[in-house]
Design a protein around this ligand. Structure first.
Ligand code: CS2
Length: 470
């Protein structure tokens, strides 16, 4: 494979638009979603993206080595199609706060976009900003030092954003939009709360400037994007005849709903199918509960039953039933004919069933405590308030509790608290784990006993009994 050319702009001379969007969280999802929409906007020639990585520089190095071009492999049940994406024009190590500040402070920059993961917003279990979370506390110290002219370099994406917004204020470049593209309900409001929480130590009117000049846009984002594998890299070489070390694979489906103002302009994303609405909540809830909620159910139940991918788990009747029961509950709280829930559910079954997309359950299982708050807790709380048990939603939490007890190596912002809870003997374990997801639910003895009773639903015993059923 050494005799094929490398992908770069001499091989594919795509236009290189000027940077007007700064993105934090360079990863596969940004590349399959917002970068695709930006390339397909009618005025794409005016909108380039400078994308910054999170914790590690690797993705920026790999992309820079090929002039920021990469192949999007659109993988349907029937086959693959390939497109080179060129809307990212600069890929930067997230630790390079000098470059970030320079770009955010530039007059031409109109948008800062975020795909930093749900866990990065520093939310406490009650949805408020948690100033005591360890990474947040470190950044508050760094920002406080920077605010007084000393050396302080924040390490979290939102800490870095606050530093950069302070530079924009100082440069007089004017209003800007911050667009959260993470799977959180009211993600624009959550981003605003987190930014203002981190701004508190800055003083000197920065919070007031942000209030008056930064528009926090809420979005609902959707495109299933599994992690790229070596086989994908080999396939691109074979099918496209060039070497791309950073292709990204995604399903054909994509959806983007946005709500909020863009004081310095935005690409015409609607030309590419994005939808601009006044009230985003119904769309957000539909996607978060039905798609992401089903994903989390399959991630925990499916892995307990020995499955590795979404498609495998969905083909298992026990997992499929758990998803459908949960959907029945969640759908009761998704009113409005325009949401067309039956059609949406049917489409999800088809998308999840696309076995050519190897979407790993282990990838979805990460950051459970944050995700379950968005995916299981709202429907469970609404069902309880309506006088029903909420067993379909509670099963998602019970499956996670079993999963958390069954594996030792997991990623979660509350990993050490989960480990401490797992060490508890007897009845206390379930209640303590439930409390990490929702204090309100853990305060209700009926919910605790419901979840406790549902634990074990997908264990080996359940597998055996399901297998003997007709
Ligand atoms: C998934 C999402 O990993 C996860 O938590 O549920 O990444 C999901 O694939 C996307 O939101 C699809 O749009």
């Amino acid at each position: 494979m050494t005799d094929i050319p490398a992908l770069d702009r001499s091989l594919k001379p795509l236009p290189k638009p000027p940077v007007r969007i700064v993105h934090l969280g360079l990863g596969a999802f940004h590349r399959s979603h917002q970068a695709w929409y930006t390339q397909h906007a009618g005025d794409a020639a005016e909108w380039g993206i400078a994308a910054f990585t999170g914790r590690r520089p690797d993705a920026a190095e790999a992309l820079s080595a090929q002039d920021c071009l990469y192949t999007l492999v659109e993988r349907s049940a029937g086959g693959d199609s390939f497109e080179v994406i060129g809307s990212i024009v600069e890929a930067v190590d997230g630790a390079d706060t000098a470059r970030l500040c320079g770009l955010v402070a530039a007059k031409d920059t109109a948008i800062v976009m975020l795909t930093i993961t749900e866990a990065a917003y520093g939310l406490a279990a009650d949805g408020t900003f948690d100033a005591d979370a360890p990474a947040v506390a470190d950044d508050l110290r760094a920002l406080s030092a920077a605010a007084s002219g000393g050396a302080g370099t924040p390490a979290t994406p939102l800490g870095r954003l606050v530093l950069a917004l302070a530079r924009r204020r100082d440069s007089g470049a004017g209003p800007i939009a911050v667009v959260s593209c993470d799977n959180l309900s009211a993600n624009g409001d959550v981003a605003r709360r987190a930014v203002l929480g981190l701004t508190a130590v800055w003083g000197r009117g920065l919070a007031e400037w942000i209030d008056a000049n930064v528009s926090f846009v809420s979005t609902s984002v959707d495109r299933i994007t599994p992690r790229t594998t070596d086989a994908d890299i080999a396939e691109v070489a074979e099918q496209c005849g060039y070497r791309d070390n950073s292709p990204v694979v995604a399903e054909p489906f994509r959806n983007w709903v946005l709500s909020g103002g863009f004081p310095a302009g935005r690409p015409r994303w609607e030309d590419a199918g994005a939808v601009i609405v006044d009230d985003i909540e119904p769309y957000e809830n539909r996607k978060l509960w039905l798609l992401n909620g089903a994903h989390s159910m399959l991630a925990y139940a499916g892995q307990l039953r020995g499955h590795a991918t979404v498609a495998d788990a969905l083909a298992d009747p026990a997992c499929r039933k758990a998803v459908e029961d949960f959907w029945d509950e969640a759908a009761r709280h998704l009113p409005g004919e325009e949401l067309d829930i039956p059609q949406y559910r049917q489409a999800l079954l088809e998308r999840f069933g696309n076995a050519r997309i190897a979407h790993r359950l282990a990838q979805i299982a990460a950051d459970a405590t944050t995700k379950l708050r968005m995916r299981a807790v709202p429907a469970l709380t609404a069902e309880r308030a309506a006088g029903r048990s909420g067993a379909g939603s509670a099963l998602m939490i019970a499956a996670w509790i079993d999963y958390a007890g069954a594996i030792s190596d997991f990623q979660d912002p509350l990993a050490s608290a989960i480990r401490d809870a797992n060490a508890l003997a007897g009845d206390g374990r379930v209640e303590t784990l439930l409390r990490l997801v929702s204090a309100g639910l853990a305060d209700d003895p009926q919910v605790v006993s419901l979840v406790r009773g549902l634990c074990g639903s997908f264990t080996a015993k359940a597998v055996a009994s399901a297998a003997t059923q007709p």
